[in-house]
Design a protein around this ligand. Structure first.
Ligand code: HSE
Length: 316
């Protein structure tokens, strides 16, 4: 389904959990059961036109350069010069301002669908860079911790911005991710604006040890090391106050047996990693604590492995 004769394609791009506690802006994993669908069609006029935005976040900018998917397609177009324009329809499955990588998924879906229309499709790494240009519209900074897992699937580490290196990290099969979205809006730009620009040396040491320990634990299936390393001492303490009941939700998850619990992306969603046997109890504890804050929730329990973004038949 690629090449000059394809004139219309639809892609599904999954939601994602960014940062994964200790990997601020560089580590994320995909949530395959939630995502955006993006349809891109070839049009004779140059440029990018957004013809429809539907679903749970229909109120997004229609001007291509102000829209994450539109901006990603403009970046792709400028680099590949296909000789035709694109029209774009976005079906949002991921709520806006949820911390579940919605802006990233729209950008990823757009470039994956558009790639199927190019006479010479580009590599996945190039698609990552176009999508990063798109997501910067929403968060105010270029980072790939949502883009890369949405595009590649699973748990993904991205090293570098201008010349990114992407590594899919194996996750022990027994682990499940519990993701809970409280029904409130938190703008990524706001959650970034409150962050201090410098880090204490002792926190730097602790955080780098935890990131190294977490990734080593994943590769060696060392659950004890994953549990011991699952603590963000830099970003989470600064953002916790933005999420009603954060401490109680986290404590509830840990007491129910989670390996770790933190903020999903910029929040307000939270996630925990746990063994499959504890997943139901961890989920119940997290939802109960959000309910005590009068916050209704959506939730997902997923394996941390998935196919990432892919072409689909329209309507699926
Ligand atoms: N890494 C980003 C953040 C994810 O936490 O601000 C949201 O775009």
């Amino acid at each position: 389904m690629s090449g000059a004769r394809t004139t219309r394609a639809t892609a599904f791009a999954p939601a994602s959990v960014g940062n994964v506690a200790i990997g601020f802006d560089i580590l994320g994993f995909a949530i395959d059961s939630l995502g955006d669908r993006v349809t891109v069609a070839r049009r004779d006029a140059p440029g990018v036109e957004i013809t429809a935005i539907r679903g749970v976040a229909g109120d997004l900018p229609r001007e291509a350069r102000d829209n994450t998917a539109g901006r990603a397609l403009l970046a792709l177009q400028e680099a590949t010069r296909p000789g035709f324009g694109f029209s774009l329809e976005i079906d949002k499955g991921i709520p806006l301002g949820s911390g579940l990588g919605g802006s990233a998924a729209s950008a990823v879906g757009a470039v994956v669908a558009a790639n199927a229309l190019l006479p010479q499709p580009v590599s996945r790494l190039e698609l990552l860079q176009f999508a990063m240009a798109g997501e910067a519209v929403a968060s105010g900074a270029r980072h790939a911790d949502n883009i890369a897992p949405s595009l590649y699937g699973g748990l993904v580490l991205t090293v570098g911005i201008d010349h990114p290196r992407v590594k899919q990290i194996p996750v022990p099969a027994a682990i499940r991710a519990v993701v809970v979205h409280p029904h409130m809006f938190l703008a990524t730009a706001q959650a970034r604006a409150i962050l201090k620009l410098s880090v204490e040396l002792s926190d730097f040491v602790w955080q780098t040890a935890n990131l190294a320990g977490f990734i080593s634990g994943c590769y060696t299936e060392d659950l004890d090391l994953i549990r011991a390393s699952f603590e963000d001492v830099v970003i989470e303490p600064q953002r916790a106050a933005l999420i009603p009941g954060f401490q109680e939700v986290r404590r509830g998850a840990m007491e129910a047996g989670a390996l770790g619990c933190s903020i999903s992306g910029a929040g307000p969603s939270m996630f925990a990693w746990t063994l499959e046997s504890s997943a139901a109890a961890v989920l119940a504890a997290m939802r109960r604590q959000f309910a005590r804050q009068s916050l209704a929730t959506d939730h997902w329990v997923v394996e941390v492995r998935s196919a990432g973004a892919r072409l689909i038949e329209p309507g699926t």
